[in-house]
Design a protein around this ligand. Structure first.
Ligand code: ADP
Ligand code: UDP
Length: 236
């Protein structure tokens, strides 16, 4: 299968049409951005790592009952996926306080919370992806009650499966962002990516950050951190 016209270029990936109207090819870039595009840079080999890590985790999720857009990895940086209409939500799952939640609620990073937190942000770069709740989602007709129930159910399942899997690799899953989409027949599936760009991964022993916070916060060593994640997950 070949790439035809580019349908979208985002901050981290390019999306191409294919000869099959139901399929896209995503092409992962090394470009890194943070703070809604204000900070720009590159992380060497990031595209390769995020492509491979995403597909590895999506395969595991499929096996555990979460439908995903994954069809086939066709090169280091490229994957065939089911074309979906993205539900314009960033679904954030949080096990441990960090990042914007720590700031907003005054909880020091690393604080254990009594239960998992699910948040929704409206996916709109111009507005800076504001946090919204289910009432906003229905008022703006971003999803139906049934769709949102399924999205929440899948998100908790993703958390359960990935937290357990990563724990065995000495990685603590602090929080992460998911995107869901609708196929042409209206089925809700997990789309986009699951990678060190979209998750906070902390080493369970040393507490070291093995994710994009190294880039966001100028901690250095982002290349090695991404490589370490790939090594622990894929053994290479
Ligand atoms: P951004 O748009 O935030 O800059 P990316 O660079 O990752 O992000 O761009 C990839 C785009 O493709 C995102 O807007 C994402 O919602 C979208 N996308 C991901 N998976 C699919 C899919 N299976 N079908 C259609 N669009 C998708
Ligand atoms: N996240 C993401 N894309 C976004 C915003 C957040 O992938 O546009 C991820 C982020 O990597 C982290 C989680 O969602 O794992 C929670 O992020 P947070 O709200 O703390 O925002 P940040 O601190 O990244 O601004």
């Amino acid at each position: 299968m070949e790439k035809l016209q580019q349908v979208y270029e985002g901050k981290a990936k390019k999306v191409y049409a294919t000869s099959d109207p139901e399929l896209f090819i995503v092409d992962y870039k090394d470009d890194a951005t943070a703070f809604n595009g204000e900070k720009k840079g590159t992380i060497n080999q990031k595209g390769i790592i995020n492509n491979r890590v995403t597909n590895h985790l999506m395969k595991l999720l499929e096996k555990n009952g979460v439908p995903t857009h994954l069809v086939e990895e066709i090169s280091d940086r490229e994957t065939i996926v089911k074309k979906v209409t993205i539900v314009p939500l960033e679904v954030i799952v949080r096990n441990i306080a960090a990042g914007s939640l720590s700031k907003r609620l005054g909880l020091p990073e690393g604080t254990k919370m009594k239960q998992t937190v699910l948040e929704y942000c409206y996916k709109d770069d111009e507005l800076g992806d504001p946090m919204i709740n289910d009432y906003h989602i229905f008022a703006l007709d971003l999803a139906t009650q049934e769709e949102l129930d399924l999205i929440a159910k899948y998100s908790f399942k993703v958390n359960e499966v990935l937290s357990a899997y990563l724990k065995d690799l000495n990685i603590e899953l602090i929080d992460f962002k998911l995107e869901f989409g609708k196929t042409t027949d209206g089925t809700i599936i997990l789309a986009d990516e699951i990678s060190p760009d979209t998750c906070r991964f902390w080493d369970t022993v040393t507490g070291e950050k093995l994710d994009k916070d190294r880039f966001r916060r100028d901690l250095g060593g982002e290349e090695d951190a991404y490589k370490e994640i790939m090594k622990r997950l894929l053994g290479e």
